[in-house]
Design a protein around this ligand. Structure first.
Ligand code: PLP
Length: 394
């Protein structure tokens, strides 16, 4: 079996599993309890907070533990909206290819009278910083732009965007769920005010993540209850999960340079191999992309059938986003970079991890070639294209 869907989720690292089991057994206390067992749990929690803060260059007090990336995105956006509303600022800038945790939260704010500007991400899947600047208005309360896209892997010019936001005094949030643990992310150099991350995207457990909020920003809490996380997120903390997240992140970051170098070589081998398939095209900039991300469109086929037939061959990948929930709409990300519906339907995302070998890469190339040819052999769209009844787009 070749697992090539690391953008959907990653396998937990052995060390993260061991850490989690250890704390399930040994650290069962409630961190809010004052006796020894509780205080031991509190120590584990605060140690994890320090480690995580250190990795992204912030102070521990600026880290809030959440149930994952989606919750962190919701909390960041609603925090900025609440602050904006107080000052009569109800305009937010984002992009058309954000994760749904961002887009759906923005849609909800629209119902509350917020105006949302979604920036173009162009055919290369990159936001242009000067366009961010041009979109900023007197009443802009937030810019929220993802660090790296989860489908096409493009890495945004976050530092430049951060500088622009700081210059104009506008809050800047980045959904860094695909970036943290994979590429260098640092709050000091990148100038973001808020950042979301999720453990299961960097070999930690599911259901746990964190939100960084710069000191001085008044956080809106989504969950009312106890005074955990300094009143910013109620509920007894997921101590074992949080400790495992810190372990996974520390390990991912210490191995980052080495594993990125290896992954990029495999990624580019995979891209070169798939480019041999006629009427196919890579989605997103070839260089400014995550080390493990490959995303292609193949004309004349259905991505869903492609991915099911690849599964039969032991290769696990994704078509469009992981959460299409039976919908027949093509990926909003591919539409955002200007792919027409027919072409966007024939997409394949391969997000490879450190465990993949050169032989695996070659097997993927071989299998995708076979399956694309097979699907085209009975595709009515392909027949029309070949007969010249419709022009090829790719
Ligand atoms: C996975 C993902 C999320 C959601 O994170 P969860 O922890 O699964 O809620 C948000 N944004 C991006 C870019 C993601 O890839």
């Amino acid at each position: 079996m070749i697992y090539a869907d690391n953008a959907a989720t990653t396998r937990m690292s052995g060390a993260a599993i061991e850490t989690m089991l250890h704390h399930f057994r040994e650290t069962f206390g409630n961190p809010s309890s004052l006796y020894t067992t509780g205080q031991k749990a509190k120590e584990v929690l605060e140690e994890a907070r320090e480690q995580i803060a250190g990795v992204i260059g912030v102070t521990p007090g600026e880290i809030i533990f959440t149930s994952g990336g989606s919750e962190a995105d919701n909390q960041a956006i609603l925090t900025a909206a609440k602050l904006g509303e107080k000052n009569g600022k109800k305009h937010i800038i984002s992009t058309a290819f954000e994760h749904h945790a961002v887009l759906h939260t923005l849609n909800r704010l629209k119902e509350d009278g917020f105006e949302i500007t979604l920036l173009d991400v162009h055919t290369n899947g990159l936001v242009v910083p000067s366009e961010v600047e041009a979109a900023i208005r007197e009443d802009t309360c937030l810019v929220t732009i993802m660090y790296a896209n989860n489908e096409i892997g493009t890495i945004q010019p976050i530092r430049e965007i951060g500088e622009i936001c700081r210059k104009h005094g506008v809050l800047f949030h980045t959904d860094a769920v695909q970036a943290v643990g994979h590429i260098p992310v640092n709050a000091q150099t990148d100038h973001f005010d808020m950042l979301s991350a999720s453990a299961h995207k960097f070999h930690g457990p599911k259901g746990v993540g964190f939100l960084y909020v710069r000191k001085g920003i008044r956080v809106t809490n989504l969950i009312e209850g106890g005074a955990q996380e300094k009143g910013r997120r109620a509920g007894t903390e997921n101590v074992a999960g949080i400790a495992a997240m810190a372990c996974a992140l520390t390990d991912a970051v210490s191995a980052m340079d080495e594993s990125a170098r290896k992954l990029i070589a495999k990624r580019d081998r995979l891209i070169a191999g798939l480019q041999q398939i006629p009427h196919s095209e890579l989605n997103g900039d070839a260089a400014k992309r995550l080390p493990g991300n490959v995303n292609f469109c193949f004309e004349g086929i259905e991505g869903e059938s492609l991915l099911l037939l690849l599964d039969d061959k032991g290769i696990q990948a994704s078509s469009g986003s992981a959460c299409t929930s039976g919908s027949l709409d093509p990926s909003h990300v591919l539409l955002a970079i200007g792919r027409v519906h027919d072409v966007a339907h024939g997409s394949l995302r391969l997000s490879i991890g450190e465990d993949i070998s050169d032989e695996d890469v070659d097997e993927i190339i071989r299998s995708v070639k076979e399956v694309v040819e097979y699907l085209r052999s009975f595709s009515p769209i392909w027949r029309d294209l070949v007969a010249g009844k419709k022009p090829f787009i790719l």
